[in-house]
Design a protein around this ligand. Structure first.
Ligand code: UDP
Ligand code: MG
Length: 344
C-alpha cells in the first residue's frame, strides 16, 4: 500500500502535521516551517493531514501544496478521526528514514526539528522531548502530571513528558506501527514500546499561535483512557485485588453477625449500612465500566473496519498511473492524485 506506490527516491526526513480547524495559524506555520527545514540541508517532505476541518484549512493546505509541490503532500481525510489517527494516516504515507511529528499550532517550534534530526544521526531510534516552560493552562499541566504518574505506575512506558508531540522516530518504528492497526492509541507511547534506543531532549514550548485547543475535556479524558487501558491490563488485575480485599473484609462482617446473635441488636447502623452499600455499588459500577473499556477496545479491533478514509491526496505526480486529475492551472507542473483508499 501507500508509500510503495512511489518509486521516486525517498526523502531523508518526513514531517507529519495533523491539522484540524487551524486556518488562523497555518500561514504563520508555513512561514516558519519551510525555512527551518530548508536550513537543515537534507531532503524532506512535509505531510499535512487534514483531519476533517470545517474551516478553510483544507483550502490553505492545497494552496501551500501549489507553492511547494516538491516537498509538500496533503492527505485529506473525509472526517474527524482525532489527532492520533491523523498522524497514523500520515505515517502510512510517509517515506522518510526519519519521521518527525509536529502540531500545527506552532506550540512546538519548527526550528527545534534540527535538534531532533541531529540526535537521530547519533544513532538513537526514538527522540522524545521534554517541554521547557510548558505554555498551557494550569489545570492541563496539573492533570497531565497526575496522568503521567499513573501511567508510570501501570505501564512500562518511561517518559518524562508524555504530552509533547514534537518527536522523531526511525523508519523501523514507523513500519512496525504501520503493521499494528491500532485504533485508539497514543502515538508517543506506542512508538516507545518499539524503540530500542530511545532518548529525550529538551525543547522549547510556545503558546498556541492562533485559535484554541482542539481538545474538549471529553476527548482529553478519552485520550488518557487510551494511554492507560490501551497499554496495560494492570487495571484489570487491580480489580481482582480489590475483590480479594473486599472478601477478606466481609469475613469481619461475619464476626459481627455472630456477635449479633450472642448479644442481640446493639447499634442503630442503618446509615453506616447505606454508606457501605453505596461504596460497594460504586466499586462494582467502576469495575463494570473498566471491563466495558477493554471490551469496547476488543470490539473495535475485531470489527476491523477501516480506521480512517482518505478523501484525496495532493502530491506531485511521479510516474503514477492511477486516476489523476490535472489541476485547473496548467502553468504548474502539478497534479492532484485522487485515490480512494482506507487505512486498514
Ligand atoms: N488535531 C487534529 N484532530 C483533532 C484535534 C486536534 O488533527 O481532532 C490537531 C490540531 O490541529 C493540532 C494538534 O492536533 O495540530 C494538537 O491539537 P491542539 O493544539 O488543539 O492540542 P493541545 O495543544 O491543546 O494538546
Ligand atoms: Mg496545541
Amino acid at each position: 500500500m501507500s508509500h510503495m506506490d512511489f518509486p521516486a527516491t525517498s526523502p531523508e526526513l518526513s514531517v507529519i502535521i495533523p491539522v484540524y480547524n487551524e486556518e488562523a495559524g497555518l500561514a504563520a506555520l508555513f512561514e516558519r516551517l519551510y525555512p527551518a527545514l530548508d536550513a537543515l540541508g537534507t531532503s524532506y517532505e512535509v505531510i499535512f493531514i487534514n483531519d476533517g476541518s470545517r474551516d478553510k484549512s483544507a483550502a490553505l493546505l492545497a494552496q501551500q501544496f501549489r507553492v511547494r509541490p516538491d516537498t509538500t503532500r496533503v492527505i485529506l481525510l473525509n472526517g474527524n478521526y482525532g489527532q492520533h489517527m491523523a498522524i497514523l494516516a500520515g505515517f502510512e504515507h510517509s517515506r522518510g528514514e526519519i519521521v518527525v511529528t509536529l502540531d500545527a499550532d506552532l506550540q512546538n517550534p519548527p526550528e527545534e526539528i534540527g535538534k531532533l534530526v541531529a540526535k537521530m544521526h547519533e544513532g538513537y531510534d526514538y527522540v522524545g522531548t521534554i517541554r521547557q516552560q510548558r505554555q498551557d493552562s494550569l489545570w492541563r499541566k496539573k492533570a497531565s502530571r497526575a496522568m503521567n504518574r499513573l501511567r508510570e505506575r501501570i505501564t512500562k512506558i518511561r517518559m518524562t513528558d508524555q504530552g509533547c508531540m514534537l518527536r522523531a522516530y526511525s523508519r523501523h518504528i514507523i513500519d512496525t506501527i504501520n503493521r499494528c492497526g491500532e485504533i485508539n492509541t497514543f502515538i508517543p507511547a506506542l512508538a516507545y514500546t518499539f524503540a530500542q534506543n530511545p532518548i529525550e531532549v529538551d525543547v522549547a514550548h510556545e503558546e498556541r499561535f492562533a485559535g484554541e485547543s482542539k481538545y474538549s475535556l471529553y476527548s482529553l479524558i478519552r485520550l488518557n483512557f487510551d494511554l492507560v487501558t490501551g497499554f496495560s491490563v494492570v487495571p484489570l488485575q487491580w480489580l481482582s485485588f480489590i475483590g480479594v480485599i473486599l472478601s477478606v473484609g466481609s469475613a469481619g462482617l461475619f464476626l459481627l453477625l455472630i456477635r449479633r446473635f450472642m448479644f442481640g441488636a446493639e447499634v442503630q447502623g442503618v446509615f453506616t449500612l447505606f454508606a457501605i452499600t453505596f461504596f460497594m455499588l460504586g466499586v462494582i459500577i467502576f469495575a463494570l465500566g473498566l471491563l466495558g473499556e477493554y471490551i469496547g477496545r476488543i470490539y473495535q479491533q475485531v470489527r476491523a473496519r477501516p480506521r480512517y478514509l482518505v478523501q484525496t491526496i495532493l502530491e506531485q505526480r511521479d510516474g503514477l498511473p492511477a486516476a489523476i486529475e490535472p489541476l485547473q492551472e496548467p502553468a504548474h507542473q502539478v497534479a492532484i492524485v485522487t485515490r480512494e483508499e482506507d487505512g486498514r
